[in-house]
Design a protein around this ligand. Structure first.
Ligand SMILES: NC(=O)c1ccc[n+]([C@@H]2O[C@H](COP(=O)([O-])OP(=O)(O)OC[C@H]3O[C@@H](n4cnc5c(N)ncnc54)[C@H](O)[C@@H]3O)[C@@H](O)[C@H]2O)c1
Length: 417
């Protein structure tokens, strides 16, 4: 294998094409693509020159080593399990699982298969986050006491409808706490800590959002507090609030570090109190980190500040060297279930909820039948609505506007709210 390219199949030819485009730079080649949308698939296959499939089972039979899963946000676990059972390595986009029960099944499937599973969380690989990991691991700010991770990503109505084609698309139903891995991932990567319990609140959408033409049934944003396994507390903030940006802050026992809120957000600020200063240290330093060596090249080649390049490279390297990647299935599950348990907390007005450690089978058995899900296809008594306000009904104007935007009628797939 060492001299060969890793042969990869990509499921989901929208986001999946970012990784397909990085194959040649990372020691892989894309040999197969799969998407149920024939137009998207044909376009992607002509760019990559790979065999195109609309059926996932047929795709899995293609002669290849690994799959990249970039299908719908809430459908990764069953697709990952099928690929592992077919003897393929798996790299999965966020989120790792839709329910805690799926998380248990995924952890067991990875262990049984002996294959590589990599959780494709890319925000830890922004240059300033990699630099914060280097500083933290060298003891520059001491041990984490309080941290912040913010992923704030407001979108216009046009972008929202474009990103979520169809009333039942996951982007309109995913609770606001669920997209938390971009906020949590860097904090775990910098410190090697994991979250153990969560308290959260959601912030509902304003009634007049997008002049009443929005079709989302979920909340706008959330704030999540996590207790970490060393006793520290981190605060995660996420999603559609005004004021786009990603910010990470680490208060340690010896100092503070954070990326800048104003000016160049890629710059880092490191601060020490005067009585903590050690020889060669400054009370305050602000600088543009340039580490690791390939980070500038990565940022030129890949989106998300070069993060996508490092994710893809970690996957290929893990396969070639037969080693477990940093973001293995357990860290992927740690992060993903923060979102699920945080929503349970938010529905109970911020009550504490535990975050089980799925490394431990005796913990897993308690959650193996947990199918609590806010998505429309799972609706039944006992399941939550995706907003803390309960069921959100769309106005006839919003329905009409969205159908026109998508060019569909009431009887087309995804045409009914
Ligand atoms: N890490 C990041 O920075 C980042 C950025 C964008 C998207 N994402 C993630 O990527 C994933 C995909 O998001 P997206 O933006 O591409 O939009 P999306 O979820 O709308 O696209 C999914 C694609 O997968 C295809 N698909 C779905 N089910 C399928 C099936 N059973 N068989 C074959 N094809 C199927 C769809 O036709 C569609 O083309 C999500 O998990 C999202 O969270 C991550």
């Amino acid at each position: 294998m060492a001299s060969k390219k890793v042969r990869i199949g990509v499921l989901g030819a929208k986001r999946g094409m970012c990784f397909a485009g990085l194959a040649a730079d990372t020691g892989a080649e894309v040999v197969a693509l799969c998407d149920t949308n024939e137009q998207i698939l044909a376009n992607a296959a002509s760019q990559v020159g790979a065999k195109a499939y609309t059926d996932y089972d047929a795709f899995l039979e293609h002669d290849m080593d690994a799959v990249v899963l970039a299908n719908y946000f809430h459908q990764h676990a069953p697709f990952a399990i099928k690929a592992l059972e077919a003897g393929l390595h798996v790299m999965s986009e966020t989120s790792a699982c839709k329910t805690l029960g799926e998380g248990v099944a995924l952890a067991r499937a990875v262990e049984k298969s002996g294959k590589i599973y990599l959780f494709a969380e890319n925000y830890p690989y922004f240059v300033y986050n990699q630099e914060m990991r280097r500083l933290y691991q060298n003891g520059v700010v001491g041990e984490l006491q309080y941290g912040e991770g913010e992923y704030i990503h407001p979108v216009s109505l046009g972008d929202k409808l474009g990103l979520g084609p169809g009333f039942n698309h996951w982007r309109h139903h995913m609770p606001a706490t669920y997209y938390c891995t971009h906020a949590m991932g860097p904090l775990m990567y910098i410190t090697d800590l994991r979250p153990v319990s969560v308290n959260a609140l959601c912030i509902p959408r304003p009634k007049d959002e997008y002049d009443g033409l929005g079709v989302a049934r979920n909340d706008l944003a959330s704030v999540i507090l996590c207790r970490m396994n060393n006793g520290a507390v981190v605060r995660l903030a996420g999603l559609g609030l005004r004021g786009h940006g990603n910010w990470y802050r680490i208060h340690g026992t010896r100092g503070l570090m954070e990326n800048l809120r104003v000016g160049n957000q890629d710059m880092l600020r490191v601060r020490h109190e005067p009585w903590d200063l050690q020889p060669g240290e400054y009370s305050e330093q602000i600088y543009l980190p340039r580490w690791p060596a390939e980070s500038e090249e990565a940022a030129r080649r890949a989106s998300h500040g070069g993060g996508d390049y490092f994710v893809m490279k970690s996957f290929v390297d893990a396969i070639l060297t037969e080693t477990t990647p940093y973001f293995d299935v357990y860290k992927g599950l740690d992060m993903s279930i923060v979102g699920i348990q945080a929503y349970r907390s938010a529905l109970a007005n911020g009550a504490p909820v535990e975050l089980p450690d799925f490394r431990d089978e005796s913990v897993r058995v308690k959650y193996e039948n947990d199918d609590w899900s806010p998505y429309p296809e799972d609706r039944k008594p006992g399941q939550p609505w995706p907003s803390i306000l309960g069921e959100i009904k769309l106005s006839p104007e919003a329905v009409e506007h969205a159908r026109k935007f998508w060019g569909i009628g009431p009887n087309d797939p995804g045409g009914q709210p």
